[in-house]
Design a protein around this ligand. Structure first.
Ligand SMILES: [Zn+2]
Ligand SMILES: [Zn+2]
Ligand SMILES: [Zn+2]
Ligand SMILES: [Zn+2]
Ligand SMILES: [Zn+2]
Ligand SMILES: [Zn+2]
Ligand SMILES: [Zn+2]
Ligand SMILES: [Zn+2]
Length: 350
């Protein structure tokens, strides 16, 4: 029997403090305190399953500057890399020092029958929906090999979240639950469809997607870091509008707000925080029906359509051939892969 909720254990109290801009640090605490692992600050030698190469330890800030990119994400947890990390130069693969030392197996209280196994999302279309936060994901996950259902596909961040957390938005500790009873998330207002944290006496509920919103975001439209704002809001105007979608922000909902510039943003409207925030783009798919490698991109260009099912690609995740501007949608790749009718090999690389 799966329990719907579990009570906090004393040693886990105050373990994770949210929101944070460095969740990987919280992951390290959890691995050390809860899983009893010893996480080396700088591992001597790192080998990951992507390749036979030994990974080098690099300073990411230098690399970000020299490559002139906005950020580099970890291939395992899809969180940004901010300091030292492991890098495979041949495969252009990045992994946090902590993520390189994830355990192969994890006992999760929501699924006590079997241990969850660490795995790469190897479906050819390269995406799963995390069963805890419901977001699309293409990093490493913990999944149950025995049950073979998608019900226990947890991205590494969600899988490691403990039974109790503290969140600045609420004065009491929040307890993990595996499903809401029609409760609405205090942050986004949506009915919680999967995992959540709750303070039931106060009627405070927070889905995983909102629980893991970062403490602040940098946005190119605003020179200040925008903090995550939650009620009670002090000296705020009666109405405010999202700078990106121009729609009104519900007076009780969490949002990012810059006091200096008086600018507000829905979390989901901020690039990098939307429904694809846990997806790494740029992955390569070798799809037997096309002679060139296809690259996973965030958005089909305006007016582009999938060459196979003719669906419009605008705003979708799509595989693209940069040589011949050929597009193929994720849904089509998934359908073909599931039907077993792939002509030639289809392979996604980490
Ligand atoms: Zn990572
Ligand atoms: Zn390699
Ligand atoms: Zn998740
Ligand atoms: Zn199982
Ligand atoms: Zn929410
Ligand atoms: Zn409370
Ligand atoms: Zn908006
Ligand atoms: Zn091509």
């Amino acid at each position: 029997m799966t329990r719907d909720r579990i009570l906090p254990q004393e040693d886990e109290e105050d373990l994770v403090q949210l929101p944070t801009n460095n969740f990987v640090q919280e992951m390290r605490h959890i691995l050390e305190k809860k899983q009893g692992l010893e996480i080396m600050r700088v591992p001597k030698k790192v080998q990951v399953s992507c390749c036979q190469h030994t990974l080098a330890i690099v300073d990411i800030q230098k690399l970000i500057k020299s490559r002139n990119v906005e950020r580099i994400t970890c291939n395992r947890c899809i969180e940004p890399v901010v300091s030292l990390c492991c890098h495979c130069t041949q495969c252009n693969y990045f992994v946090h020092l902590t993520c390189a030392q994830l355990p192969e197996e994890l006992q999760h209280p929501s699924h006590e029958k079997h241990k969850l196994k660490l795995a790469f999302v190897s479906y050819v279309w390269g995406m799963i929906k995390c069963s805890a936060c419901n977001l699309d994901y293409n990093g490493y996950l913990f999944k149950c090999d025995t049950c073979r259902l998608y019900t226990f596909d947890h991205d590494v961040k969600c899988a490691l979240l403990p039974s109790t957390i503290d969140h600045k938005a609420h004065e009491h500790s929040l307890v993990q639950m595996y499903r809401g009873n029609g409760n609405r998330c205090n942050s986004c207002g949506n009915v919680v469809r999967s995992f959540l944290y709750a303070c039931e006496p106060c009627g405070f509920y927070l889905d995983y997607e909102c629980a893991l919103l970062p403490e602040s975001v940098n946005h190119r439209w605003d020179k200040y870091a925008l903090p995550l704002s939650f009620p009670p809001f002090s000296d705020r105007p009666d109405e405010f509008y999202c700078e990106i979608c121009k729609e009104e922000i519900h007076p009780r909902r969490w949002h990012y707000h810059c006091r200096e510039c008086d600018q507000s943003f829905h979390p989901r409207c901020i690039p990098g925080l939307g429904v694809t925030r846990n997806c790494n783009f740029g992955r390569i798919l070798e799809f037997g029906r096309h002679p060139h490698p296809l690259k996973l991109v965030c958005d089909g260009e305006y007016r582009s359509t999938c060459d196979s099912c003719h669906e419009r690609m605008y705003g979708n995740r799509v595989f693209k051939c940069e040589t011949c501007q050929f597009y193929i949608c994720i849904k089509y790749v998934a359908r073909v892969a599931n039907s077993g009718k792939i002509a030639g090999p289809a392979k996604i690389s980490e």
